[in-house]
Design a protein around this ligand. Structure first.
Ligand code: NAG
Ligand code: NAG
Length: 450
């Protein structure tokens, strides 16, 4: 009798579990059947008054933007942002076929809704008259304190930087009459597009060109995705970094063409878990970590992967640069499958970086450890490998695997490889032979916790 009771009880339990499994499967099973399910949900939500994905589109033209490349469209962009900011997952549209003159502007949270999309298909240009720029302003287009923000589209952000690159800006007849025509541009050159203090930032499709200074900057951001982006400015435009990262974590940059006058990607203090792949760089200064530790500051960078990158006619290929006198560390860095073509110095670590005329002798340094180079191939124009490490804190854990670098002048090795206080392993034979690397490890006297 008791066994029968037990049996029927277990049967009930089995049926109950089966029912549970079936129910929990319902949603995803329906979802998998296609779009219809989502439409249903969307319309139900709409009836209920809730906002839904892409439910609201705000076009800057409906907020008074002229888009003729001459009228000041700043107020229209601000008004459109005011509207888009209030609606979760809404879209601000900058339509194609128009050119919008926009003065320095901040698309600012933190009281905005999340998941906003900035659909950029038109062109946004910066003012070229000094009157539009208040002194000390660090950026032109600024997105701050946002949760999941996307900029996408086929559009262009043009900083019209040439007026900043030369010391005396030239008279620009197309400039708005209200603008000062003869004034010198402020001393600080602004970044074209900056994201600050945001989580879940995506930038895709767009072109950013001719920035007065850095083209695209992320500061204090997490979960950043940049892909299919173009950066374009002349190779001789000063300090025009492509993408600049600072105090940011979990960043992926891929599938992009970066051509500029300074570092294609610059990874600064406070960055970790940075993944860069399938990038074309050049002209430019290469892909750089640092300069770190300027003015005796503490700098930490870790977990950086740079792979499947092509560099052409750049100053350096993959580089780590730290200022004498700093502290902190750069560690766990992997450079792999890097193809260089006519690059001055493809592989470089410089712990004596100093772009002031004179740097004092310092014993403190930003530690450099755990740096892997794997499959770095192509041609150089000056020196294949340059490791200049600190006497007090030598570089450790430098590993080299499949390095094949040829001088552009056939059969003539120009100079180097150069190593000073660099410790590590040659995992394979290299071309040219890199005999100067000290084998094994040295104890880094100070343990730099980051
Ligand atoms: C770097 O990666 C290691 C190993 O994957 C991980 O344990 C560590 O937390 C990472 N560091 C940071 C700062 O995220
Ligand atoms: C810097 O350090 C080097 C080597 O330790 C020493 O020879 C030189 O005199 C120092 N220079 C200054 C300006 O302290």
């Amino acid at each position: 009798m008791s066994t029968l009771k037990q049996r029927s009880l277990s049967l009930i339990i089995i049926v109950f579990i089966a029912l549970l499994v079936w129910c929990s499967c319902l949603k995803p099973c329906h979802a998998r059947q296609g779009k219809q399910y989502y439409h249903k949900i969307a319309s139900t939500d709409k009836l209920g008054g809730g906002s839904t994905a892409n439910s609201a589109i705000f076009n800057v033209l409906h907020y008074g933007a002229k888009g003729d490349g001459r009228a000041d469209d700043t107020k229209a962009f601000e008004a459109a942002w005011g509207a888009v900011c209030k609606v979760k997952a809404s879209t601000l549209t900058v339509p194609s076929g128009s050119v919008f003159l926009v003065k320095p502007i901040s698309f600012s949270g933190p009281n905005c809704q999340s998941d906003i999309v900035f659909q950029l298909d038109g062109t946004i240009i910066a003012p070229t008259g000094s009157a539009s720029w208040s002194s000390g302003l660090l950026q032109w287009i600024d997105f701050t304190k946002l949760e999941r923000i996307t900029i996408k589209g086929k559009g262009v952000i043009d900083g019209q930087g040439s007026v900043w690159w030369n010391d005396s800006p030239t008279y620009n007849p197309t400039e708005d009459l209200e603008e000062s025509k003869s004034g010198k541009m402020q001393g600080t050159k602004p970044t074209a597009l900056r994201f600050y203090g945001s989580n879940g930032v995506t930038v895709t499709g767009i072109t950013i060109q001719n920035s007065p200074q850095t083209h695209l900057k992320f500061d204090d951001c997490t979960n950043v995705q940049v892909f299919s982006v173009s950066v374009s400015s002349p190779g001789d435009s000063p300090n025009t970094d492509g993408i600049h990262l600072q105090n940011s974590r979990d960043v992926t940059i891929y599938g992009s063409n970066l051509a500029c006058g300074d570092d294609c990607v610059s990874i600064q203090t406070g960055c970790s878990n940075v993944n860069i792949h399938n990038i074309n760089c050049g002209p430019g200064h290469g892909i750089s970590i640092g300069g770190l530790g300027r003015d005796n500051t503490r700098s930490c960078v870790s977990n950086v992967t740079v792979r499947d990158v092509k560099l052409q006619n750049t100053l350096t290929g993959v580089r780590i640069k730290t200022w004498p006198g700093g502290s902190g560390s750069v560690q766990n860095v992997m450079f792999s499958n890097i193809q260089v073509s006519e690059v001055e110095t493809p592989i470089k670590i410089d712990q004596f970086y100093c772009d002031k005329s004179k740097c004092s002798n310092e014993t403190s340094a930003v530690a450099v450890r755990g740096i892997q180079y794997k499959s770095i191939t192509g041609t150089y124009t000056k020196e294949p490998v340059h490791f200049a490490c600190s006497d007090s804190l030598p570089c450790t854990g430098v590993s080299l695997n499949t390095i094949q670098l040829k001088s552009v002048q056939e059969r003539q090795q120009l100079s180097g490889p150069f190593c000073w206080k660099a410790y590590g392993v040659l995992e394979t034979a290299t071309v040219p032979p890199i005999d100067c690397l000290n084998s094994g490890t040295t104890v880094q006297t100070k343990s730099e916790s980051c």
